[in-house]
Write a protein that binds this ligand. Structure first.
Ligand SMILES: [Zn+2]
Length: 456
């Protein structure tokens, strides 16, 4: 169908409504009565639902956890899953991150790409279909989460407490075009042992980040050995040595990265352990260094843990040692694995547990996300690819797999679709997050085509 004229007509209000929603700071805050994730996410949800109502749709708010905006009639339902919460602004902006400034053909603001811009775009696609009186056989429902950037507790509440009717097919416009049809399983766990000596070692700050910093305080007697070990290391520039009284401090600087793309980083902690492995250490520090080198090392794909595996869709399993902490007589290692869809989270967990037997380390599961897999030749993936190709003419980009996680994995028969275009700069979670109006128009065209094809 040709929607060109209708698209032109809504570009101005569409940009204004994205700007308005991005002016609400919806970073997670302290819970308040009736606002489970603080004031910001609740306000953004309210504003998005009000917009849905203004455009002529039915809306529903589930206790400020999740909201619906729905159009049309029909037994079946097409779901569109997104979220109105955002990550903190951070430093380095040239514009007010909460200003919604429209300038130089762009909308600037936190949330323009992730995920308010894509949601409002889908809403306007629905409006065009409604205004044109296009007959659809499915209802179309936008499902708005409010806690995606941290704990996904909104979806847990929605699925477990609200127990809503679920869409028969769905997509989540919270990633890249064209389609992400496979998302790896996620397993985060801790390995913990007792410590009775004084260990001053630290590194990293989260399961899902590659540590960019690590440090250890050693007895001064190791100073000469340490200097030699650093000098002989493959990348001596990662390290700085400081002497203080009878101590010597080793500081490592790596490159931070998200654990889903850990090959883009350089793990300061595991590289520091590799250097420590060259010293004639004693006692518990030696035990810890040997354990980490033996089970993690500087490899990225779980080789030393004995969990290396891979499949054609996702490539290799990844294992990130994200953090080490010594506290209250315990040493804790925080680990994050992304697991290819051909393998179960449980089978990897069993392998790690078995590997821990007799080591003195206790395994504990911290969190897990089931994988997403909708076959490439499924109707859903094919239809979305076709919509994308029809609008963009891009026949080269193929359906992708990812170690990242979107809401699409919370439901069956749902994939991530859009909205970042292959040639679009990715400023999600960064300073100066912005959306070009030229790209916005393409987004709208693709989403319109996709919703029409899936719901007709
Ligand atoms: Zn997002």
């Amino acid at each position: 169908m040709d929607f060109k004229k209708q698209i032109e007509a809504v570009m101005e209000p569409l940009a204004q409504d994205i700007s308005a929603l991005c002016q609400i700071n919806s970073v997670e805050g302290e819970p308040q009565p009736g606002m489970p994730f603080g004031e910001g996410p609740a306000k953004a949800l309210e504003a998005a639902l009000a917009l849905g109502e203004r455009l002529g749709f039915r809306t529903e708010n589930f206790d400020n956890y999740v909201g619906h905006i729905e159009m049309g009639e029909g037994e079946e339902m097409l779901g569109i899953l997104g979220h109105v919460d955002v990550v903190p602004a951070g430093e380095g902006w040239d514009f007010d991150p909460w200003g919604g400034v429209i300038a130089d053909g762009k909308i600037f603001g936190r949330g323009t790409l992730d995920d308010k811009g894509p949601l409002v775009t889908c809403l306007y696609a629905m409006k065009i279909l409604k205004d044109m009186g296009v007959t659809l056989n499915k209802r179309v429902r936008i499902i708005l989460g409010t806690n995606e950037e941290t704990d996904w507790n909104c979806m847990a509440y929605y699925l477990n407490e609200v127990k809503p009717e679920l869409p028969t097919i769905a997509f989540s416009p919270d990633s890249h075009f064209p389609v992400t049809y496979a998302e790896m399983g996620l397993l985060q766990y801790t390995l913990t042992r007792e410590i009775s000596e004084k260990l001053e070692i630290e590194g990293g700050n989260a399961f899902n980040s590659v540590p960019s910093k690590a440090s250890v305080v050693l007895d001064g007697k190791y100073a000469a050995d340490l200097e030699a070990a650093v000098a002989a290391y493959a990348d001596p520039a990662m390290f700085a040595i400081e002497k203080a009284d009878d101590k010597v401090i080793l500081r490592a600087t790596g490159v931070g990265a998200h654990a889903a793309y850990l090959w883009e980083g350089k793990n300061a902690l595991t590289h520091m352990m590799a250097v420590l492995g060259q010293l004639p250490l004693e006692g518990e520090l030696k035990e810890v260094v040997d354990f980490v080198n033996g089970h993690f090392g500087t490899c990225l794909y779980g080789e030393n843990m004995g969990v290396a595996c891979s499949d054609d869709d996702c490539g290799p399993l990844t294992l990130n040692l994200g953090k080490i902490v010594v506290e209250d007589g315990k040493l804790v290692l925080c680990c994050d694995s992304r697991i290819p869809v051909a393998f179960t989270v449980d089978s990897i967990e069993e392998a790690v547990k078995a590997k821990m037997e007799g080591t003195g380390y206790a395994y504990e599961r911290v969190s897990t996300e089931r994988p997403l897999y909708v076959p490439k030749d499924s109707e859903l993936v094919q239809t979305l690819m076709e919509a994308y190709r029809t609008v963009t003419g891009d026949t080269e980009s193929q359906p992708q797999s990812s170690g990242g996680a979107t809401y699409s994995r919370t439901m069956d028969n749902c994939v991530a679709f859009g909205c970042l275009l292959p040639d679009q700069e990715d400023t999600m979670h960064q300073a100066n997050e912005c959306l070009e109006l030229e790209h916005l128009k393409i987004w709208l065209e693709i989403c319109l085509e996709a919703i029409y094809q899936l719901a007709k």
